[in-house]
Design a protein around this ligand. Structure first.
Ligand SMILES: [Zn+2]
Length: 484
């Protein structure tokens, strides 16, 4: 075993200990590091570049659907947070408080935002006067603090980054259409850009956002068989507009409370990318969000600096000119073999090798990270081959994740069967449910599985299908899973 192989092998295999693999790969690929404070992380440049690509793709979609960005304060006065009873109850165990400014004790303590409904609401009540001001469609990119007990880099940290949309509408129907429109925007974004297939639907009342009328979510399956909530879209009804007095004069000159929505996606998506696509050799980024899409490694033998390097440089320029994110790795202190292993571990979708013989024959060797398949391509006009190849890698990663999701979605008709599948295989379970919170609680207590979503636009449970827990008639067929 040579040095670079040993270095790569140092990562705990994913199949052996998924959780250790996840922690190790994050450190080794320099995605993030632990901060001195418990539960907090530093997003390192390579990890932040992934987040920037996620932001770019999502922000474009948010704007294309008519929303605009703004920024609201980090602090929320306690009295504001308390205005919506269910909201404050849901969030109070996780709120961080500011009690002093310098040496002066504050008259009213300030919450560090755990979400922004309670600071945006009072502003909306000042801005909205008539139906002409609606719909109001605002998004903000911000950081959030929730004092979590159990944390894991990207998936759950005390401080995280997100976007939160907050909209106001004239009618309940429009608010519901917005909530579902955003859910669909999120689904398309995650599947297209992140190459992660999802299931979407409603949350149960027990799992909904504190203060919402209804929460919709998208859920993905990580490769250890546990589910991860990828984003949520809430129909807030008039809960917050009544609490914050957000009224408008309607088309008949009558005063009405607005109908609201809120929705968000977070840096947790970076964790999902790692957990869905990674393999024993490290990360595998889908090209559309990869910080580096193509790495060019010149084979450093003989007089490579005067022969190979110029050709490698020209190839890098041509690929950059074609709009690709390219790194030329001409480090002298590392061998080509070391570099291959390192960029594989960091998940660069495509490697281009250029050696002395390649230069003579006007060719380069292309190696796909996803399948580790090699091919040769003409150096002249390299982008003509590389661009479609990156598209193929993107599609192939999605297809692989999709077949994993399908293979790991199982139906269970009886409770023993349900428990057995969760013990041995995990994944998503489709089973009948009577709609009662009691059964939901019992299933959670006994199996650690929760109802992830109840799918929409699907024909309900078949005739005669029973609740997997109590045996009464089923009202829905949710997706159950153990989740992060
Ligand atoms: Zn039941």
């Amino acid at each position: 075993m040579n040095t670079n192989e040993r270095w790569v092998k140092h990562i705990t295999p994913k199949s052996e200990d998924f959780s250790r693999w996840y922690q190790e790969i994050i450190q080794k690929a320099e995605m993030a590091d632990y901060a001195p404070m418990k539960g907090m992380m530093v997003i390192r440049p390579y990890g932040y570049a992934v987040w920037e690509n996620i932001q770019r793709g999502l922000d474009a979609r948010i704007k294309a659907t008519g929303h605009v960005n703004a920024y609201f304060p980090l602090f929320i006065p306690e009295s504001y947070l308390q205005k919506e009873a269910e909201h404050v109850q849901g969030f109070s165990p996780e709120v961080a408080w500011v009690t002093a400014g310098g040496k002066e004790e504050l008259e009213e303590r300030l919450a560090v935002r755990p979400t922004s409904e309670a600071i945006i609401g009072p502003m909306y009540s000042r801005w909205i006067r008539s139906w002409r001001d609606l719909p109001l469609l605002i998004n903000q990119w911000a950081n959030i603090v929730r004092w979590e007990k159990v944390t894991r880099p990207f998936l759950r940290t005390t401080e995280f980054l997100w976007q939160e949309g907050h909209t106001c509408h004239e009618t309940a129907e429009e608010a519901e259409a917005e909530t579902l429109g955003v859910l669909e925007m999120y689904r398309e974004f995650v599947e297209t850009e992140l190459a992660i297939p999802v299931v979407t639907g409603q949350k149960t009342l027990r799992e909904k956002f504190a203060g919402a009328q209804m929460t919709y979510a998208l859920e993905a399956l990580m490769s250890d068989g546990k589910a991860l909530q990828m984003g949520t879209s809430h129909n807030l009804g008039q809960h917050f507009s009544r609490a914050f007095d957000i009224k408008f004069e309607d088309r008949g000159q009558k005063l009405q409370y607005v109908w609201q929505t809120s929705w968000g996606m977070t840096t947790r998506l970076v964790g999902a990318l790692i957990m869905v696509h990674g393999d024993d050799a490290g990360l595998r980024f889908p090209p559309r969000v990869a910080p580096v899409q193509v790495v060019i490694v010149p084979i450093s033998v003989g007089d490579w600096k005067s022969t190979v390097l110029p050709a490698a440089n020209a190839a890098a320029d041509a690929l950059r000119a074609a709009g690709l994110r390219v790194q030329l790795d001409a480090r002298e202190e590392a061998t080509p073999g070391w570099k291959f292993a390192e960029h594989e571990m960091r998940g660069v979708p495509l490697r281009v090798e250029v050696g002395p013989r390649d230069v003579k024959s006007g060719q380069a060797v292309l190696v796909r990270r996803d399948r580790r398949v090699k091919e040769t391509a003409a150096l002249d006009g390299l982008p003509v081959r590389v661009k479609p190849l990156l598209d193929e890698i993107q599609e192939s990663l999605f297809a692989e994740a999709k077949s994993f999701l399908e293979a790991n979605t199982r139906a269970a008709r009886t409770y023993p069967e349900f428990k057995e599948i969760l013990e041995n295989e995990r994944g998503f379970l489709r089973s009948g449910w009577c709609g009662e919170g009691g059964c939901e609680d019992r299933i959670k207590e006994e199996t650690m599985a929760t109802i992830r979503v109840i799918p929409l636009n699907e024909t309900g449970p078949g005739a005669g299908e029973a609740c997997v827990c109590c045996g009464r008639e089923a009202k829905a067929r949710p997706y159950f899973a153990r989740a992060y």
